[in-house]
Design a protein around this ligand. Structure first.
Ligand SMILES: [Zn+2]
Length: 319
């Protein structure tokens, strides 16, 4: 039962949960798809678009839905392809009041719009689930290698995180107010998938996300869906850090996503518009490139290359 709507075993159903009215009077709904398996099993939720401009997860959820047959499914998949319905309309990360939904969990039924939306998702989708997979992309101007961010010190999270077989797997502390933190406090493990860039479809990230979800469902014995595709073990990282621009100017990157770099490797060059006064910037420590800035115009201190490091101590930080 989601939002008081029952879904019979062996069937799928789309449920539009009312959220709030726009100033125009039009009701906005949270679109939810429930795939209720014929046989009992775990309940997994898939969420995307918590940031309204992050679109790869919408396509990942569409492909998973297309592949999973409720008649062959053990357990339940609850899929929410657009959580931040307000941001999506405006093609922006935030809500109309500039709040970040992923800093507004667990929310409150009488709080801000962000708090109410967070509360609705917690109530109807998150609570009662055994595992969640939350799909993100890089923010505007940043492209991410497909990777999983999760609490690898938690045994219940580590197994599914490894089974996903994204190119990289990064141990990351939860952030205050994030869906991942709120779910963790409710005792529900969450994998956060990152891949691609805001307002773009990235085929590599979409396939990595789709296949990863199907692999996790196999691990949880929910069924074998889709063709089994081989993938190498993830590069496992204990943390990550950003290399920042040493001056403002025009940046030419010398590395790409998924590249392994040694300490001291030149990652790119920043110069003025004519290419004069060029200054290279280097990797202080070895790592795997999991994120890059796609905007060639940089200011001093801008985060330019995101490196995951295998033996780092401490948790991965954001830019
Ligand atoms: Zn995001």
């Amino acid at each position: 039962v989601v939002a008081d709507v029952p879904v019979t075993p062996g069937t799928r159903r789309r449920i539009d949960v009312p959220v709030a009215r726009l100033p125009t009077g039009t009701w906005l709904h949270l679109p939810v798809a429930v795939l209720h398996g014929l046989r009992p099993g775990p309940r997994v939720w898939l969420s995307a678009g918590i940031h309204g401009d992050e679109l790869n997860g919408i396509e990942i959820i569409r492909r998973v839905q297309q592949t999973v047959e409720p008649a062959a499914l053990s357990g339940t998949v609850v899929a929410v392809p657009i959580v931040n319905v307000f941001g999506l309309i405006q093609q922006t990360r935030y809500l109309p009041d500039r709040r970040d939904l992923n800093r507004s969990f667990p929310g409150a039924p009488r709080g801000s719009l962000a708090a109410r939306l967070a509360d609705l998702l917690m109530r109807e989708v998150v609570r009662g689930s055994d595992l969640g997979i939350d799909l993100h992309t890089g923010s505007q101007g940043r492209r991410n290698l497909p990777h999983i961010r999760a609490d690898l010190s938690d045994e219940r999270t580590l197994g599914p995180a490894r089974a996903f077989r994204a190119p990289a797997l990064v141990h990351a502390r939860t952030r205050d107010g994030s869906l991942r933190e709120a779910a963790a406090q409710a005792g529900i493990p969450v994998l956060l998938f990152e891949g691609g860039e805001a307002l773009h479809f990235d085929e590599e990230a979409i396939e990595a996300g789709t296949q990863g979800i199907l692999r996790v469902m196999r691990l949880l014995r929910m069924g074998r869906f889709g063709k089994r595709r081989k993938a190498a073990d993830s590069f496992e990282a204990r943390g990550s850090f950003w290399v920042r621009a040493t001056r403002g100017g025009v940046c030419r990157l010398g590395v790409g996503l998924g590249e392994r770099v040694e300490a001291g490797r030149e990652l790119g060059v920043i110069a003025d518009a004519f290419g004069d006064d060029a200054r290279g910037f280097r990797a202080p420590r070895p790592g795997l490139v999991i994120g890059i800035n796609t905007n060639p115009l940089v200011n001093r201190g801008d985060a330019v290359v995101h490196l995951a490091e295998a033996d780092a101590t401490g948790a991965a930080g954001g830019p």
